[in-house]
Design a protein around this ligand. Sequence first.
Ligand code: MLT
Length: 309
Amino acid sequence: MKIVLAEKVSPATLAILQTEPGWSCITADKIKGSLAEELKDADALIVRSAVQADAALLEHAPKLRVIGRAGVGVDNIDTAAATRHGIVVMNTPGANAVAVAELTLGLMVSMARSIPRANTTMHAGTWDKKSLQGSELRGKTLGIVGLGRIGLEVARRARAFGMHLIGYDPFVAPVIARENDVALVSIDELFRTSDYLTLHVGLTTQTEGLINKNSIAIMKKGIRIVNCARGELIVDEALVEGLKSGQVGGAALDVFTQEPLKNSPYFDLPNVLLSPHIAGATDEAQEAIGIQLAMQVRDYLKLGVVQNA
Ligand code: MLT
């Protein structure tokens, strides 16, 4: 078997796959020519989010049987083209859920207490206590869009902060929401009543542009929005407009339509907190993802067992 690991993944991934007798693992730093060339005789491809496994690339991979996505979102993989070629696409849902949830809560606290500005002013030698009075999360309403593994981890942690939880997810079983103290509401009600709103859905034709001019117009004035899911869920021009007018009180964005983010209007807005797509990037999450994915790919190639496809 030949497995191409086209992006840097946890050493655990390599350790598991390399121990299989006769299997050869080509890591990103060992790819000499193009990825397409390397895939000519490959059985498996492992990617994170940077490599675009599109239809054109898959044309060069006649033997490929499986693509493993080290992470959750498979929007960098042409799943329809993969299906046409008989290639199984697997991801690792859940493995980075706690990491994403922890950053989400961190961003909310950072907005509520202006932690980044407190730090910047202190480093500049300024004792700016007067302008740094914040607000509490306790008693505020958190609207969670998407109650999958990540959304529920966010809910559990936000409950510990004393927040009132509402959620929108057409697919979640009501009992799951109830058990986590999340009241299920319509998306419009969520927009209207949330003090904080956090997105935890994948990118689909239904979710693209969910936060737009119209949805922002019905939101509670001063709402704070967190996006650790996908940049395309937000229409940037509408959010920028909302942030400038004060309709949106603040936003914390970890993901962007174009990554890396360059020349963005967000750079000039003081009420936006930015991070470079790091929500799932913890030692623990990357290790868990690496192990889970390696085992899934191995079990598929050896036994034909399909998991998380
Ligand atoms: C994911 O989809 O798992 C996260 O956005 C992290 C990543 O893309 O690597």
